[in-house]
Design a binder for this molecule. Structure first.
Ligand code: ADP
Ligand code: MG
Length: 364
């Protein structure tokens, strides 16, 4: 039950000589059976190339791809039993929805009562059974993409591959479909590899995410691990907003360390490596892990409010703290009953970095 995908030292070089570039650069990764696994990264980082090597549309330069331990590296796409969904819906315009979904079953010569049954089931899985007799041009973009998903699912693939399936849809539809696609994938139990450049899509849908840059994996983990414990500047910045602060750690004894910036000292995570005590240290602090405090409260730094953007449920403050870049703070329920202070731009403020949410990161 379920297919494990193992990728070992996989390389794809395009071009030759001085023009040769590794789109996928010696990449090793295991995707577990039934996982909804995301390949995330900026445009051109090699996501599509990697996905197409898993599908068999691109022949790797070197390395291996295996399904459940069986080497499939050089197997043709139709020998891998994968289903694929692309950014463009790629439905046949002259066929009905049901005809489009049945296509893969016709190719596989599935006999009739079973075929009709499976088409209905696949359409039901994406809540499109009412539209079985429409043509693609009578459907919205979101509906067309649900049909494309049904068409990929109906063949009962071992592996489902999706390449930016929501990129052509507007924001509201994207949001609705995120939940629906996740539910369909998890209900099917099919190992799914989902490519996107959209960090919100990855955070909200994935079991695990690999963040790629220049054909290499920068970090793999659950959405929470990547967001809360980024190892590098690139990961911290790619997954949402953050403040990067250079601070000097001062030895701590009680599980926390004290850090020094020009404006003063604050508590943060303990330094595991005593060597770093002599170095400047880069810390990532998310805007929501910083509070505006009253004068005299402990573990606060003095600053000056530069500007506030009021967004209703949140406010975004920008605060100047000596020795730091302008600090972004996100405040929930601003000016509400729980809001401690209501400074105006230009006012002196006190700022607390929540010690448990500060992450030391590598400058890479
Ligand atoms: P992504 O899907 O992350 O945007 P791609 O996998 O499409 O990235 O591309 C990765 C890199 O490989 C890019 O630099 C791209 O220009 C290059 N590339 C992709 N396909 C080809 C090709 N067929 N020939 C030459 N270069 C390619
Ligand atoms: Mg791509």
């Amino acid at each position: 039950m379920g297919t494990q995908i193992t990728i070992h030292n996989l390389v794809k070089v395009f071009g030759s000589g001085s023009k040769a570039t590794a789109a996928v650069d010696n990449l090793t990764l295991t995707i577990e059976p039934g996982e909804l696994f995301f390949l995330l990264g900026p445009s051109g980082c090699g996501k599509t190339t990697l996905l197409r090597m898993i599908a068999g549309f691109i022949d790797p330069t070197s390395g291996q791809v295996a399904f459940n331990g069986q080497d499939v590296t050089h197997n043709a796409p139709n020998k891998r039993n994968t289903g694929m969904v692309f950014q463009s819906y790629a439905l046949w315009p002259h066929m009905t929805v049901a005809g489009n979904v049945a296509f893969g079953l016709n190719v596989r010569k599935v006999p009739n009562p079973e075929k009709d049954q499976r088409v209905l089931e696949a359409l039901a899985a994406v809540q499109m059974e009412e539209y079985a007799h429409r043509k693609p041009n009578e459907l919205s973009g979101g509906q067309q993409q649900r049909v494309a998903l049904a068409r990929a699912l109906v063949i009962k693939p071992d592996v489902l591959l999706l390449d930016e399936p929501l990129s052509n849809l507007d924001a509201k539809l994207r949001n609705d479909l995120r939940h629906q696609i996740r539910n369909v994938c998890k209900a099917s139990g099919i190992t799914t590899v989902y490519v996107t450049h959209d960090q919100k899509e990855a955070l909200s849908m994935a079991d695990r995410v690999a963040l790629l840059r220049s054909g290499k994996i920068m970090q793999v983990g659950t959405p929470r691990e990547l967001y809360r414990s980024p190892k590098t500047r690139f990961v911290a910045e790619f997954l949402g907003e953050t403040n990067l602060i250079e601070a000097q750690p001062i030895n701590g004894t009680d599980g926390a360390s004290t850090y020094q910036v020009q404006a003063g000292q604050f508590l943060g995570p303990r330094q595991e490596n005593a060597e770093t005590n002599t170095k400047q240290n880069l810390l990532s602090i998310r805007p929501e892990a910083i509070r505006l405090r009253r004068d005299g409260e402990p573990n606060t730094l003095p600053g000056k409010l530069l500007e506030t953007t009021y967004l209703g449920e949140t406010a975004q403050h920008l605060v100047e703290i000596k020795g730091c870049p302008p600090i972004k703070i996100a405040e929930m329920n601003p000016y509400g009953s729980t809001s401690a202070v209501h400074p105006e731009p230009g006012d002196a403020v006190r700022v607390e970095f929540l010690a448990g949410d500060i992450v030391p990161i590598a400058d890479a």
